[in-house]
Design a protein around this ligand. Structure first.
Ligand SMILES: Cc1ncc(COP(=O)(O)O)c(C=O)c1O
Length: 426
């Protein structure tokens, strides 16, 4: 994605329908959607774009690999109901996510519950529901052993071990392996965990590795799948495990900033196919899956706000909006990013000329502006000195790539403004 020139067909906004210069997510005029949403920032998720993304991914994936959707990326109920028919399973990380996943009608056997801090109440709920528990600590084995005795369970627990991989993915936005993080079980602790499970008569028939998030390096992700497969084989052979469920994780990223290039999916899939061949050589009938969040839904979402005020401070022009970091923390660069790089921003009522760029000089009718949220903190800034056509209070501003880690990953209660409205369209 290169955003230097307006009219750039690679800009993510062009994935959406545009009619007479006005954005029509899911075929609906964004001005009517804004009216329906009422005051305050709001999210739009385009169901057609989600379907397209899933169809293209399925086409590229090895036919025998299953796809799990990580609810943490976006747990909006109508979106989950759609995802239920497009993926093979759900990954959840809390009882709230588990309830939301099961409420869609997804079979409990296709839901897995991971997370480094599961308490006994959560483990009990997962076991009772028949959801697979991804064990991340030896203490969870003790809880599971006790709960299996105490609870009237309809079937033996479905369990997997999450291995803390000794390797990392260098180019990833976030790493869960290869360094000190709280996720999974260290390779040299696995023997003790397996022994504890055997002593308690508990069968562990799954392995899980989730090493990274937000990588745009297709070959590195492909290699990661291969290394993960080798790690699983080594762990299983060392500890006499016979896994039937092999979750290779994911980490597939989407382009957010100027200069980011979309993921080369073919490189990832080549590595995934090789990883599967290796695993199939050992366990021909095992279920092999990948677990993705943002790659499935991130590009189908827009965050939309209205300009409330225009003001000049220290020679700079500020557009203060009715949105803010309480509704979209990530787009203000405060969700774990080291460097703040503006997300793709546009004026959805004035396309294609209303595409923000940071380089060059303003042309006629354009100006250099800051886009600020409405919160009383200098952190609440979506963009600094971007070039846009001059707009006025009441006009709409949209942040693309906002379908993942948006509303649910923001401190909605900060300053007690209302939470954002969310809509699935199309
Ligand atoms: C265990 C696990 N699965 C899946 C995901 C989803 O990652 P992404 O949205 O980058 O695909 C994460 C992200 O943190 C995770 O920790």
């Amino acid at each position: 994605m290169v955003l230097e020139t307006p009219n750039n067909p690679a800009h993510p906004v062009f994935a959406f329908a545009i009619r007479d210069g006005v954005l029509h997510p899911g075929g609906c005029d964004i001005r009517s959607l804004a009216q329906r949403a009422g005051p305050g920032g709001f999210y739009l998720y385009d169901a057609g774009l989600v379907r397209e993304r899933l169809a293209a991914l399925r086409q590229a994936m090895p036919a025998d690999v299953r796809l799990s959707y990580a609810l943490k990326a976006n747990p909006f109920t109508p979106l989950l109901r759609l995802m239920r028919h497009l993926v093979d399973g759900f990954d959840v990380a809390s009882c709230g996510e588990m309830a939301a996943a099961l409420a869609t009608g997804m079979a409990s056997s296709a839901v897995s519950f991971a997370g480094p801090g599961k308490d006994a109440r959560e483990i009990a709920a997962a076991l009772a529901a028949g959801v697979r528990v991804v064990v991340e600590d030896i203490g969870e084995i003790d809880d599971i052993a006790r709960l299996s005795r105490e609870l009237p369970l309809a079937r033996p627990p479905r369990l997997a071990l999450r291995i803390h991989p000794p390797f990392a993915l260098k180019q990833a936005g976030m790493r869960m392996g290869g360094e000190a993080t709280a996720f999974g079980i260290a390779v040299d602790e696995i023997g003790a965990v397996v022994a504890r499970a055997r002593d308690a008569g508990i069968d562990i028939d799954g392995l899980h590795v989730f090493a990274a998030s937000q990588s745009l390096d297709g070959s590195a992700l492909g290699e990661l799948h291969e290394r993960t497969a080798e790690l699983m084989i080594t762990v299983a052979e060392t500890h006499g495990l016979h896994p039937r469920w092999l979750n290779l994780g994911g980490g597939y990223g989407i382009p957010y900033a100027e200069g980011d290039r979309p993921l080369d999916l073919s490189a990832v899939m080549a590595g995934l196919a090789r990883a599967c061949d290796r695993l199939r050589g050992h366990w021909p009938d095992a279920e092999i899956l990948i677990e993705l969040g943002r790659y499935l839904v991130g590009e189908a979402g827009l965050y939309v706000m209205r300009v409330l005020r225009r003001k000049r401070i220290n020679g700079e022009t500020f557009l203060v909006t009715d949105g803010g970091l309480h509704q979209h923390l990530a787009a203000t660069g405060n969700f774990g990013q080291v460097l703040h790089r503006s997300w793709p921003i546009c004026l959805p009522e004035h396309l294609p000329e209303g595409i923000a760029r940071s380089r060059g000089e303003p042309e006629r009718g354009e100006e250099r502006v800051w886009i600020a949220g409405r919160l009383c903190t200098p952190l609440d800034v979506f963009a600094r000195r971007i070039i846009l056509p001059r707009i006025m209070p009441g006009d709409l501003i949209a942040v693309c790539q906002s379908g993942a880690y948006g509303a649910s990953a923001s401190p909605n209660r900060f300053l007690s403004h209302p939470p954002p409205v969310e809509m699935l369209v199309g």
